[in-house]
Design a protein. Structure first.
Length: 411
């Protein structure tokens, strides 16, 4: 029997995971100034027209097109500046000096740019033919009053917040932040910053998961490292389930591991232990505890980071209501280094995408791809995604690349 028999694809795992879950529906109204990185629970509706009035798109002269005969100078009846509009209607046969963004006085239906206007002692004449309606931005042309500006499920960031502020909207309805409990299991793990005893290693997985959860703006409940004790582990799961929407553990999900995780989870919920057809990251657990969802990540650092990135990230988007979230885009480029690959699993190797001297994209490996070598992430800016049944790749062959998003970007 093939060693890859019974493995499920990444697409199958995602479909299973997302088909079972839905948005946490708790909504709160908060000040716009405190809403960065929150997710809208309702559409943002504009209470005003943008622009709020007809205004000039140019510095120039405003007039009634029908009153220009093509040659008679038009006297300047007044000025309209942004914030200082001309008062009253435009007198017949005259024009108004107008600046960009200034309100268009009543009677003006055309603005002529100052570059084709010539001032004479009797008024303004125009040196080129003019067209009716030129250079006027209509009220509501950009955004109409009562129209939906941003849909529910939008992550509020630098691109969205100034837009909402420009509408005069001071409070927004958002989904509450997702509560995520995190812990690692294993007697060999030590917290970062404490001395290592013989046979111990630092718990980098929980640290990595925390960093990514912070970027996803989750409310984090860090439960630390839990020793291999049935009683302590069960107590931890029960407490995490009570307090969190999602529980994430690291380690203890491989088939045949000498630990209590599977036994406890069988008692406390409906959890599937999956063998994924991806590398790194074959072992992964997902399901429901009594009230919270649960994800069990592999123990190897690179495997934990990759499964979080490819599976937990879209799950958190779903639970948080971020329906505008999109999976990272993949595209094909030539590879400049040889890549080792055994058929059987979809392989996410860490790569460095760059531009060569001809201005063309190319990708190279970061080097050793072992699931314990986290330095491969610090050097990389992308995944090289190698198809499940593909073997070794020679220099110059085309490979698929997936750029890191903000969770893994170093800048």
């Amino acid at each position: 029997m093939s060693h890859t028999a019974g493995l499920i694809s990444l697409e199958q795992a995602l479909e299973k995971l997302l088909s079972q879950t839905q948005v946490m529906t708790d909504i709160e109204s908060i000040p716009l100034t405190e809403s960065a990185q929150r997710i809208t629970a309702t559409d943002i509706i504009s209470p005003i027209n943008v622009p709020p009035f007809d205004n000039s798109a140019m510095d120039g002269y405003g007039l009634c097109f029908a009153q220009w005969d093509g040659q008679t100078p038009m006297p300047i009846a007044g000025k309209s500046f942004a914030g200082q509009p001309m008062q009253g209607d435009l007198p017949e046969g005259s024009c108004v000096r107008i600046m960009t963004g200034a309100p268009v006085p009543k009677g003006v239906d055309t603005v002529i740019m100052q570059e084709i206007a010539q001032e004479t002692e009797h008024g303004i004449v125009f040196t080129q033919p003019i067209k009716k309606g030129d250079n006027i931005r209509k009220a509501g042309e950009d955004i109409a009053q009562n129209s939906s500006v941003l849909p529910a499920g939008t992550l509020l960031s630098t691109a969205q917040l100034p837009l909402i502020a420009s509408l005069g909207v001071s409070t927004v309805e958002v989904y509450r932040r997702l509560k995520v409990a995190v812990f690692s299991t294993g007697d060999e793990l030590q917290a970062v910053g404490t001395p290592l005893n013989e046979g111990q290693i630092y718990d980098t997985n929980r640290f990595t998961v925390r960093l990514m959860l912070e970027k996803l703006n989750c409310e984090i409940l860090d439960l630390g490292v839990i020793p291999d004790s049935l009683k302590l582990l069960k107590q931890t799961f029960i407490e995490a389930d009570k307090q969190a929407d999602l529980v994430i553990s690291s380690g203890g999900v491989s088939v045949g591991e000498a630990d209590y995780t599977k036994q406890i989870l069988d008692e406390l919920g409906q959890i599937g232990f999956w063998k994924l057809a991806i590398k790194p990251g074959k072992p992964f657990a997902f399901g429901k505890l009594n009230s919270a969802w649960f994800c069990g990540l592999p123990g190897n650092p690179v495997s934990a980071a990759l499964t979080f990135y490819q599976l937990v990230q879209p799950l958190i988007a779903r639970l948080s209501g971020h329906c505008q979230w999109k999976a990272p885009v993949r595209f094909k480029v030539p590879v400049t280094t040889r890549l080792k690959k055994s058929p059987g699993r979809l392989d996410f190797q860490r790569g460095i995408l760059s531009v060569n001297e001809n201005g063309e994209l190319q990708v190279a490996t970061t080097g050793h791809q072992g699931s314990h070598v986290f330095s491969s992430f610090s050097l990389a800016n992308c995944f090289i995604v190698l198809e499940r049944e593909r073997g070794n790749i020679a220099v110059g062959e085309t490979v698929e690349v997936e750029m890191f998003n903000y969770l893994l970007k170093s800048e």
